[in-house]
Design a protein around this ligand. Structure first.
Ligand code: MG
Length: 455
């Protein structure tokens, strides 16, 4: 009897587990629950049906490193000093002094694992220096390797702080999703008796895309579809493991992508779902990504919500659900745990800034989106094939106001007809420049903090 009561007490006070799954360069239109009709993603579709799927969900950057900095710290990448994509020899990265998902949960007794792509700094800035107990994966993007140029160092899978296995060719790339998935599901099984954070950041479908033998050719729709199908299988393995370990009802699972599709790769790139442009731009195709949360019994099933929610909201939300205390430095995410649980609150954030990399290029408020004049990448025609990029040309956009509700493809500039809306959004841009800086205008932000330094 006493034993049973003690067990009950443990069950009641045990904080939830968190599984954060982050795909790389997966577009808004790449999942069947977001409208893809070329192939199916049954596990992600089920995850969405069992939880909440957001249709106005944003990554905080259209590039790999900054989007990860935002997810982990709950801040715009410019605020934490990681506005640009890092190279293997970059001297900076995520500052270990920033609060992040791992070092926030660890003091509460959480086991913390980073599996997959890190890309937030090398050496003393790697995951096990940032609050993660363990790391298994690549230190940066899977295309930063010798086949892409003699200047790249050889690419190694790391276990914690050691390089353990070289990724030499496409056959090795094809094993990454399976290897990450096995490590992740083992981690869940090994930590079934204590709270955990699993950050599973897939290398796929970033080029060079690859699918293992079991999935290559499976869809009949090409290698990109096969690669996504394997990622979907991986999500299914995670969900299956949570069920088998009895952790389903005590685990929040989150899925998103770091940025939109890398369109110049053509048949090796994903779909923006009809949004304009893709990765590396401030159009919706660069920033808008799938965002799915599932927690059986806590998040009402089958919700589709249209509030603006971002990857920056993950840290404040997770902290709130875990009962963790965040340091009181300024950050940009908001706690959306009430939205996940079915609240009817409508307005989550008054604006959302589109920075790329350090340029404040656009702002969204409600359904209005204002671009300030800036240069941007434009997909070259015809698109690349078979893993080759068609390259990018530079284009420019004038001051442009779009109504995203009526014109999600950002085609019709309404700035001339709506001067008062332009003025209101320009005031928000001015606030952003003052607080976060802007390399378009040479503004220094008063609220930016230094990056970590590689030693
Ligand atoms: Mg990416």
């Amino acid at each position: 009897m006493l034993g049973a009561l003690a067990m009950l007490a443990v069950t009641v006070v045990r904080p939830p587990n968190f599984v954060v799954i982050f795909a790389d360069d997966l577009g808004y239109g790449d999942l069947s629950c977001y409208g893809n009709r070329d192939y199916r993603t049954p596990n992600l579709d089920r995850m969405a049906a069992e939880g909440v799927r957001f249709t106005n969900f944003y990554s905080a950057s259209p590039g790999c490193s900054p989007s990860r900095a935002a997810l982990l710290t709950g801040s715009y990448p410019v605020r934490v000093g990681v506005p640009q994509v890092l190279n293997p020899d970059s001297p900076t990265g995520l500052n270990p002094e920033e609060s992040n998902l791992a070092n926030t949960l660890k003091p509460l007794g959480y086991a913390t694992a980073c599996v997959g792509k890190w890309h937030l700094g090398v050496k003393n800035l790697m995951p096990t220096f940032q609050g993660f107990d363990t790391f298994y994966g690549l230190p940066y993007s899977n295309d930063m390797w010798p086949p892409n140029g003699a200047s790249w160092p050889r690419l190694w899978l790391h276990k914690d702080r050691e390089a353990v296995e070289e990724v030499k060719d496409l056959a090795d790339q094809a094993e990454l999703t399976g290897k990450y998935t096995r490590f992740a599901t083992d981690f869940i099984r090994d930590h079934r008796d204590r709270p955990f954070l699993l950050y599973l950041a897939h290398s796929m479908p970033h080029v060079p895309i690859a699918a293992s033998k079991r999935f290559a050719g499976k869809t009949g729709k090409g290698l990109y579809a096969d690669t996504i199908t394997e990622l979907d299988w991986s999500v299914g393995e995670v969900l299956r493991t949570l069920k088998a370990t009895g952790l389903d009802a005590n685990t929040l699972v989150f899925f998103a992508s770091d940025n939109g599709p890398w369109l110049p790769y053509g048949d090796h790139a994903g779909s923006s779902g009809g949004f304009r442009e893709g990765k590396g731009t401030s159009f919706e195709g660069g920033f808008r990504v799938p965002g799915i949360f599932r927690w059986l019994g806590r998040i009402p099933k089958g919700q589709v919500r249209d509030e603006i929610v971002t990857t920056m909201d993950v840290l404040p939300t997770v902290s709130s659900l875990a009962g963790a205390k965040l340091s009181d430095v300024e950050r940009d995410g908001v706690d959306v745990s009430d939205l996940l649980q079915g609240s009817s609150r409508r307005s989550v954030r008054p604006w959302f800034f589109y920075f790329w990399p350090g340029e404040l290029q656009a702002v969204r408020s409600g359904d209005w989106k204002l671009h300030v004049p800036h240069k941007h990448r434009n997909q070259a025609q015809p698109a690349g094939q078979g893993g080759r990029s068609a390259g990018e040309v530079t284009a420019s956009i004038e001051l442009s106001l779009f109504d995203l509700a009526k014109d999600p493809g950002e085609t019709t500039n309404l700035a001339g007809r709506n001067p008062e809306v332009v003025a209101r959004l320009m005031r928000m841009i001015a606030i952003g420049r003052r607080e976060l800086g802007d390399t378009l205008t040479g503004s220094k932000g008063s609220g930016v903090r230094p990056p970590g330094r590689v030693e």
